[in-house]
Design a protein around this ligand. Structure first.
Ligand code: AHM
Ligand code: MG
Length: 334
């Protein structure tokens, strides 16, 4: 019999997570439940972003956050939306946000709540007012061990290689989610017609090489000499490079993931320890980069090997195609 209509095969992010969890017989579904909180929150944020010019949510709140940065109204909306969507997922014990001074403790260590969620609710917020891509970045850790009642900070300040999942959402020409649980990198696009993230690419690999380098060249004179030499080389005709810099890490990284190349935020005279946050920015993106075959370093060490010493710790970051990251390091340490 002829079928009058064949429904398109759709795989949502929820189905994808459930299916990959099936490969782990001990999985309880708790993790899937947690990730569904993130997908819900980012769908709500995406809706705010789309309607931003129509509502009174453009502009600043008049406050400065713990990082010394001006707080945008949408920063707060994104922060509270994520906190709200995750707060009642009973398995989240601690939430740590770039916008909050202190972690939010939802469950005491002796209560059963395995996960710690760390996030940058709205990365690139200086781009909000000018309709340029922005995003949400998240990192998920497990409390160190069952029955380990160490201090809250001991549970949070784990090196990046201990992440159990990480990802981001870019709010751009479309809303795209990319995540890893250590089993490859997968990309989904929000289908506004059905309100769900649909699989667009599975097991994404970062190209081994790429012609784009991405850096705020205005700080060139403040960078270490080796980085300046790399930039000189990158500008030469022989190198065949091209420069792109959006100023939203999440969007600059997304391009690097898809097209290869390298993103650099080296130390500057003004920020000798680097500008980007280790826990909410560098760690999750480094996990994704490595899972996609790329690399991430602070110039001295692999990002994922760094043991954080403070909640809002900053780091320098060189991330992208492995060969290009290696080339930058070679120039830096010549
Ligand atoms: P934020 O918007 O979460 O505060 O993030 C900091 C941003 C990154 O997204 C971006 O890579 C970087 O700061 C740009 O900094 P600069 O303006 O110094 O180039
Ligand atoms: Mg940020």
């Amino acid at each position: 019999m002829n079928t009058p209509y064949e429904a398109p095969k759709i795989q949502t992010v929820q189905q994808h997570i459930l299916e990959s969890q099936r490969a782990h017989p001990t999985a309880t579904g708790q993790f899937t439940w947690l990730l569904s909180g993130i997908t819900l929150a980012t769908r709500i944020i995406s809706d705010h972003v789309r309607r931003i010019g129509l509502n009174d949510i453009l502009g600043t709140t008049g406050d400065v956050n713990v990082q010394g940065e001006i707080v945008q109204k949408l920063d707060i909306i994104a922060n509270e939306t994520i906190a709200g969507c995750l707060g009642y997922r009973g398995n989240v014990g601690i939430m740590v946000s770039e916008e909050d001074d202190e972690p939010r403790i939802l469950k005491e260590p002796d209560e059963v709540a395995d996960y710690i969620v760390l996030f940058d609710p709205l990365d690139g917020s200086s781009n909000i007012d000018v309709n340029v891509s922005i995003g949400t970045i998240f990192s998920i850790l497990q409390r160190r061990e069952n029955g380990d009642h160490g201090s809250v900070m001991e549970h949070i300040l784990q090196p990046g290689y201990k992440q159990v999942a990480a990802g981001y959402v870019v709010y751009s020409s479309s809303t795209v989610m990319v995540y890893t649980t250590g089993d490859g990198v997968h990309m989904f696009t929000l289908d506004p017609a059905i309100g769900a993230y649909r699989l667009s690419r599975e097991n994404l690999k970062m190209p081994d090489e790429g012609k784009i380098y991405s850096v705020n060249e205005a700080y060139r004179d403040q960078f270490p000499e080796g980085i300046q030499s790399y930039l000189e080389w990158a500008k030469s005709e022989d190198a065949g490079k091209s420069l792109r810099y959006i100023g939203s890490l999440v969007a600059d990284f997304h391009r690097t993931l898809l097209k290869g190349g390298v993103f650099l935020y080296p130390p500057t005279v003004k920020t000798p320890g680097g500008k980007l946050r280790l826990l909410y920015e560098a760690n999750p993106l480094a996990f994704l980069a490595e899972q996609a075959g790329g690399a991430a370093t602070d110039g001295q060490r692999r990002i994922l090997d760094k043991t954080p010493t403070a909640l809002h710790e900053r780091t320098s970051l060189i991330i992208g195609s492995k060969a290009e990251v290696d080339r930058v390091l070679k120039y830096w340490h010549k």
